[in-house]
Design a protein around this ligand. Structure first.
Ligand code: ADP
Ligand code: ASP
Ligand code: MG
Length: 476
């Protein structure tokens, strides 16, 4: 059994949906197909509801445009008149419901989180109906009946055990000779209240991964608009090229640091079951794509890829007296956890006199407040310096399993970045993570210069072996 997930760009236009049909229909056995909303629709839904909440009547035009787009797409792909009529009636019922919700938001001038989730859910509810109508004999399974979340603080997290058992129940009669099943990605429902929830932007990948893991699928295919997982974001680095194969860990690092091609939580369910992920281009079937799996051939390059996230804040706690304070790290993370602030980068000096934590910029000031409260006594006594928050930074990750075997990489990168006027912030222990002003230039510089280490953008180039100039020094 294979799970095929098609992203927004793969279902954005009638032409792309017909490509999806071609891909799915060419399979000898039936597939389980997960779809995103038509490309751009989630953003349009967010815009419409935000306009309504702000009392701006132009939300009505945004909804009219959405209706027109879905009708145009359906007219472009469903040729059978009865089928199209039935599809349009279903879509209109949903779009009427969406209009009523937005009128409610407009009247009340509020957009509570649960209503915001409900509004964005319409994207996948509509697209999955179109795709199911296009694929011959296909049936639709409702994601909200299978993917269950539970509220933890301000987040909705998937209840994996319940979700897996509901998926297994829903697919108990599945057979390779049976109909293709279409499932809307991204949407879920609360295990307690039944209210609609969502899995986060890009969450359709995660839906597909949960299905693959629950059903012990042989492969998860992610169909998108690029030829595979690339050495860097192709929008930033035009010369990046496709990586043939990579490990789950390499993919996790790159995705957690901004490689949008896979939504990060997607990797865990399939990794736990050892199910490979194949990333393919809907618009270029000839490209072999990228396979992500447990182990890959060692390869000749030490670095696999670079990714970056803009808009981070770096929070630093320092003070010579920190060495003597028991459990500082535990207290920092307990305070951040209580506020549901996720720290994606931690760097501590060996002497324990300072710890720097990277959080998203949106969380920066909240993190400062919560840490000031947690360490009020130590800050006022001078044992810890006032908390330092630096924003307008970016994190760049340079990733590769083989880096472990090569010394001197960090040195080369620091030199290259320094030569290009990019200042590196903490650089304490996790040498593969650097913080700069502006990820894009940093990533470009890293790509452009240490080419012998980083053959990014030189397809087929033979990497020049790393010279171990710092022999005797422990590897970075
Ligand atoms: P989909 O709509 O199919 O889910 P996304 O827009 O979520 O597609 O993800 C694909 C996009 O991710 C690509 O178009 C590319 O611009 C971006 N991207 C960022 N980093 C990478 C990378 N390292 N490799 C491939 N694509 C990347
Ligand atoms: N439609 C959702 C989004 O745009 C989910 C997805 O595309 O994966 O974020
Ligand atoms: Mg995506």
């Amino acid at each position: 059994m294979k799970i095929l997930k098609f992203g927004g760009s793969s279902v954005a236009t009638p032409e792309s949906i017909l490509r999806v049909k071609q891909i799915v229909s060419s399979r000898p056995e039936s597939s389980i197909v997960v779809v995103s909303a038509l490309g751009g629709v989630t953003d349009q839904l967010i815009r419409a509801s935000t306009l309504a909440a702000a009392g701006d009547t132009s939300f009505r035009q945004a909804l009219t445009d959405l209706r027109a787009r879905h009708h145009a797409v359906s007219a472009g792909v469903v040729t059978d008149a009865d089928r199209r009529e039935a599809l349009e009636a279903e879509m209109d019922a949903l779009l009427d419901q969406l209009e009523r919700i937005c009128e409610g938001i407009f009247l009340l001038h509020v957009l509570p989180p649960k209503t915001a989730h409900e509004v964005v859910s319409f994207g996948e509810r509509l697209s999955s109906r179109i795709v199911a109508a296009v694929l011959p004999g296909a049936v639709r399974h409702k994601a909200i009946d299978m993917i269950k979340t539970r509220r933890h603080g301000i987040r909705d997290e998937v209840d994996q055990e319940l979700t897996y058992s509901l998926i297994q129940q829903a697919f108990r009669d599945w057979s390779p000779a049976g109909p293709t099943v279409v499932v809307p990605g991204f949407i879920a429902s609360d295990a307690v209240s039944g209210e609609i929830t969502t899995l986060g932007r890009g969450g359709s990948d995660y839906t597909a991964s949960l299905l693959a893991a629950a059903l012990d699928a042989e492969l998860l295919e992610i169909w998108t608009d690029v030829d595979g997982f690339m050495t860097a974001d192709p929008r930033i680095i035009k010369t990046s090229y496709v990586i043939d194969e990579m490990t789950y860990e390499e993919a996790m690092e790159l995705c957690n640091f901004g490689a949008k091609v896979i939504y990060p939580p997607t990797l865990y369910p399939v990794c736990a079951k050892g199910i490979p992920i194949l990333i393919k281009n809907t618009f270029n079937l000839k490209a072999p794509g990228t396979i992500v799996k447990k182990t890959v051939a060692p390869g000749t390059t030490s670095i696999k890829g670079i990714s970056s996230i803009d808009d981070i804040s770096l929070i630093t706690l320092s003070g010579t007296s920190m060495v003597g304070i028991v459990g500082v790290d535990a207290r920092i993370f307990a305070a951040l956890t209580q506020e549901q602030i996720s720290a994606f980068l931690v760097s501590q000096s060996a002497s324990e006199t300072g710890i720097s934590i990277g959080v998203s910029r949106a969380d920066g000031e909240r993190a400062r407040a919560v840490l000031e409260e947690a360490f009020e006594r130590e800050i006022s006594s001078g044992a810890i310096n006032p908390i330092d928050v630096r924003s307008e930074l970016a994190a760049v990750a340079v990733i590769g399993e083989n880096m472990k075997q090569h010394a001197g990489i960090a040195g080369k990168l620091f030199t290259t970045l320094g030569r290009n006027g990019i200042s590196v912030r903490p650089g304490r222990r996790r040498v593969q993570h650097f913080l700069h002003r502006g990820a894009a230039p940093a990533a470009q510089v890293a790509e452009r210069h240490p080419r012998q280490l980083l053959p990014v953008g030189v397809p087929g180039a033979q990497p020049v072996p790393v010279r171990h100039r710092h022999r005797g020094r422990p590897p970075d």
